[in-house]
Ligand binder design. Structure first.
Ligand SMILES: [Mg+2]
Length: 278
């Protein structure tokens, strides 16, 4: 058996083909085949809540992952067939310290007055994630500077993640403990499971994936990513660790799961025979 691979996938518009671009018919069946390999440990790393991850698994017939980092990395679960969504208490303990005794309601109150910010629905909030919407045309630099000032005044170490859901469109702002980003979650998962960065592949498509795409792990940006994300990813990427899917791999278009498979083949050529044994 070749060395194991930790495959970390964003869900919406990365593994799940729920963007405007078409999805190659062979992509998801091939992805399911790769995910079933004993060499592959599959993790989902997503803005979705646990319940929304479970919905997606059913609706899109996604493979059951070994691990899921939900709510933009602010919760990590063992999933597997037997684990039944057991949360990683050591992760919650680690990230919870960043807020220096403050809770989500304190943070929501501190940011409530900022122009344009509206709290997301109650079921999108967790004890370790405070989420807002904003108009898509918001100047993110100005907004994030204002948010940073107020969080500094409150004395919390927080990460802010801004992204645009192009399908609505709407701006999304998540405030998390500083170490609770997707990047922090991926690093924690791979260190706890013993995967070096060069045997870890992260696949993503949007703004809240950028810190991981720019980090030490191998990473692939799927071909359906927005041009702005593609430009920024190129600028942030460490040498050679980021691959931009372009399509043409095994007749697929490089979008969604096809892009993930293209990235797998790029960094781990031994996976080609698993993707397409025919
Ligand atoms: Mg996404």
């Amino acid at each position: 058996m070749t060395a194991p691979i930790l495959l970390c996938c964003d869900l919406d518009r990365t593994l799940i083909p729920n963007g405007p671009q078409p999805c190659s018919a062979a992509a998801l069946p091939r992805f399911r085949r790769v995910a079933a390999r004993p060499e592959v440990t599959l993790a989902y790393v997503t803005g979705r809540s646990r319940a929304m991850v479970e919905n997606a698994i059913r609706r899109w017939e996604l493979p059951l992952p070994a691990i899921a980092a939900a709510d933009v990395g602010s919760a990590i679960f063992d999933v597997g067939p037997e684990a039944a969504w057991t949360p990683w208490a050591d992760w919650e303990e680690r990230i919870g310290r960043d807020w220096h005794g403050h809770g989500a309601p304190d943070i929501a109150a501190a940011l409530a007055e900022i122009d344009g910010l509206s709290p997301q629905a109650e079921d999108r909030q967790t004890p370790l994630k405070v989420s807002f919407t904003a108009p898509p045309e918001t100047d993110a630099d100005i907004l994030l500077a204002e948010v940073a000032t107020r969080l500094r005044d409150l004395n919390v170490a927080a990460a802010t993640v801004w992204s645009i859901d192009e399908t609505v469109p709407v701006g999304l702002l998540d405030v998390l403990p500083a170490s609770a980003t997707k990047r922090g979650a991926v690093d924690f998962i791979r260190q706890r499971l013993g995967f070096p960065a060069e045997r870890t592949l992260f696949a993503g498509d949007s703004g809240n994936d950028l810190p991981v795409l720019a980090g030490p792990c191998r990473a692939v940006l799927v071909a359906n990513a927005a041009d702005s994300v593609r430009r920024e990813a190129r600028r942030l990427a460490m040498d050679g660790s980021l691959y931009l899917a372009k399509g043409g791999f095994l007749g697929m278009n490089g979008a969604y799961a096809a892009g993930i498979l293209e990235g797998l083949d790029h960094f781990f050529p031994e996976t080609r025979a698993w993707i397409a044994p025919e």
